[in-house]
Design a protein around this ligand. Structure first.
Ligand code: SF4
Length: 132
């Protein structure tokens, strides 16, 4: 069976960009690329869950981080895997400054639009990574 792309968002608790990253990954995995993309909870990687570690090791990996702390990318690398690509939510926001999320718990329409734009950007990245 061919490799899939594991797309891992950071946990980003209390940060709108973390929430947008997660929403974008759901959009990607459930609607845009359900055949090619899998996701998992980053915390499972951090507690050395064998199933999650194997999934990351055996597939391509893209991380999505809510800020420059890059927690998702760093945790994947700490688990011994080089990421194939890493994106930050803020990069999508820089091109769409009109779309300001309303808050962490209520992203509002601008926040969900931004999540969808990021999901489309991720979808392109999945195509690139799968051509490797
Ligand atoms: S990358 Fe930033 S937003 Fe995401 S979990 Fe780390 S500190 Fe939070």
């Amino acid at each position: 069976m061919g490799k899939k792309v594991v797309v891992l968002p950071c946990s980003g608790i209390g940060k709108a960009y973390g929430e947008i990253g997660r929403q974008a990954v759901y959009d990607l995995a459930e609607d845009l690329k359900p055949e090619d993309v899998k996701t998992a909870c980053l915390a499972r990687l951090m507690i050395d869950d064998p199933e999650t570690k194997a999934m990351v090791k055996d597939n391509f990996v893209i991380t999505v981080d809510g800020c420059g702390m890059d927690c998702a990318r760093k945790n994947v690398e700490a688990a011994g895997k080089q990421v194939d690509s890493s994106l930050r939510v803020v990069e999508a926001f820089k091109k769409h400054r009109d779309l300001k999320p309303q808050g962490v718990l209520e992203l509002g329409e601008p926040g969900f639009k931004l999540a969808h734009i990021l999901a489309e950007r991720l979808s392109e990245e999945v195509d690139c990574v799968m051509k490797k």
